[in-house]
Design a protein around this ligand. Sequence first.
Ligand code: DGJ
Length: 298
Amino acid sequence: MTTVTMRGACLAHDDTGAVAQLHGLGIQQFDGTYYAYGENKVNGNLFQGVACYTSDDLAHWHNAGIVLAPRAEGLLAADTIAERPKVLRCPSAGEYVMYIHAERGDYNYAHVAVAVADNPLGPFRFLFSMQPFGNISRDIGVFQDDDGAGYLISEDREHGTHIYRLSDDYHSVVEDVVCLRGTNYRYGYESPTIVKHDGLYYWFGSQLTGWDCNDNMFATAADLHGPWSEWKAFTPAGSRTFDSQCDLVLPLPDGQFLYVGDRWQPKDLGNSPTLWLPIRIGGGQALLEWHDEWTYER
Ligand code: DGJ
C-alpha cells in the first residue's frame, strides 16, 4: 500500500516542471496506468492540441506530449476551438477513440469531432465531426459501462443533455438513450460526466454560466434510460462547487471517488487551477468535501 497525498486545488506540474495542461480533462485507466487528456490552453482559448499525461497515482504526471495536433485548416485547426477531450478504448476493435467538442472559432458550430489512434499516446487521427441525430452538441463527456457499451453525453441547450449509446466500434451514435433538462432549469447541464457505483448511475454537470462557476448538480438512476432522480447540488448551496466546474468523477481504490474540476481563469486559461477532491458517493447521495490536502491508499 502506498499513501498518495493530493492537494485540493492546485496547478499540477508535470515532470518537466511545466504546468500540466489538464483543462477540461478526461482520465481513463488503461492497463493500470492513468491517461489524462486535457485542453492545452497555454496561449489562450484557441486550439493548441490535446495534451496527454500519464500517471500511476493521479498526483505525479509525466508529460506525454500533444496526442492530437491542430490540423492545417478546417475544424480542429489552430483558429478553431476544441474542448473537453475524452478517450475510450473500444473493446471490440481495441482502438482508442477520442470525442471532443469542436467549434469553428465562436460557439455556433456545436459539433463533436471523432479521432482515433492505435495507442493511448496517439497520434490521434481526425475522422469526422457530427451533430448526433442532427442535434446541437456542445460540452461532452463519455462513459463506458461494465458490459463494454460506450456512451457519449452531449449538451444540447434547451432540449437538455443527451446520453447517446455508441455503435460497437464507438465511431457513431446508435441510440438517443435519454435527454434531460435540469430540475427547475430550462437547459440541460454541461460539463457532463457519469460514474457507476453499486448498480446506480451518478450523472454530474454544471449550469450554463460560461467560465463562471456555479453550484454543480447531480442526478441518479438505476438505468441510463431512467427514471432519473431530481437534480441537486453536492456542495453547500452558494459554494459554487468550491469555485469549480466538474470534469469527472473517478473511482479510486476501496470505494473512494475523486472529483476533478476546473477553476477557470478566463484571462489566463492555461494557469487555471484544477480541483482534486474526495467525493463521497453512495445510496443515491453525493457529497464533495473541501480539503487543502488529503490522502488515499493505492
Ligand atoms: C462552459 C464550458 O463548460 C467550457 O468548456 C467552455 O466552453 C466555457 N463554457 C466557455 O465559456
